[in-house]
Design a protein around this ligand. Sequence first.
Ligand SMILES: [Zn+2]
Length: 413
Amino acid sequence: MAPSYFIRVTLNFIFHMTGKKNRPHTIITIDSTLRDGEQAAGVYFTKDDKLRIATALSKAGVTILDAGFPIVSKEEQDSFRAVAGAGLKAEIFATVRPDNHEISQAKELGAVGIFLFFPISRILSGLIRSVSFAEFQTIIVDAVTHAFSINLKVMVVLEDAGRAGSGAEEDTIEKLQALGVDSFIIAESVGALTPWGMQQKVAQLVKAFPKIKFGIHCHDDYGLATANSLAAIEAGAVYFSGTINSIGERAGNASIEEVSIGIKNLLGLNIDINTDKLVEICHLVEEISGMIVPPIKPVSGSNTFKCESGLHARALLRQKGSYEPFAPEQVGQSRTFALGKHTGMEYLEFLLDQKKICLTGEQKERLLTQIKGFQEKHKGTDLRDFIVKCRSFYKSHAGLSDDLFMSMVEGVS
Ligand SMILES: [Zn+2]
């Protein structure tokens, strides 16, 4: 890391190391793109799509893949079996509810472990369960006992933990720890917490259960998924669950690319994923999912390391890192400059020099004036047309249309 980048993060390191002695060295990534990512309205992965994404993630170093929710459909089961049988280095887990049939099915399809969902908030527990909290805890105990009896690893997902009632998590963890469960995922299913609230919650749980490994899974409803994930990890979570390009339910999930680079650069911790593979994987998921990566998306956006402003370009040409948070190569990007209204003379001279073109001072001034004025005279409607097309595309690709639905209804009537 160049000194110019390092200076920016020194304060974080000092804060981070103070009073946090039992920090793990490497944070383990759980990819949820294949399951939660596909739950984004309008996103559908074929078996081949899932295999391509899973292979890329495994090659990049992701330790655990949530390869799907097999009970959803026959197609989901086929895809899951294919990913589990692909000989990947990553461990393949299935998402299941506390139901012995679903758990056995995960095993038969080749899962080495399960994410066992337990809706812990009052609002979800009231809607999903028709039994009391205590009775449901008994169901979870039975499910864990069954999973262990068929040699599955178990991570219990405390769904909607951000809105869990006081003491609900502790009581559940205590009961399941006695059975041998050592990993729990705090699922911020609707983005209810601020980073400060998250930090407090995870710190309390880590303190109360020092032998348990906690993970974090955040949604981005308030644009806080990255901040909340980092806050949880700083408070002691050792697993990070997210999706590539943030794709997922509603506003999406914590972005693997954002959080993993934050873990490395802001928290100074290791992570299993090779960050220089991130952008390649982001592009793959963008193409397969049809969910466009915004140009200004951190880490993977096409504008993220592109500079037009004369002042910033001048600084960057003199000192890498002056107007960059980290080296673009760290995530598989490269630094580029754009010509436009904000271009300055120093970048123009750099460009001419690169192209071995020699102009007089007066010629350069005239050229710069032309560059700065070009967009004013030539702005067309192509940008607006593109955006209108995109909106219409997403409108028509958010699941099956009403007409199609009605023709299916007629077909079965
Ligand atoms: Zn989720």
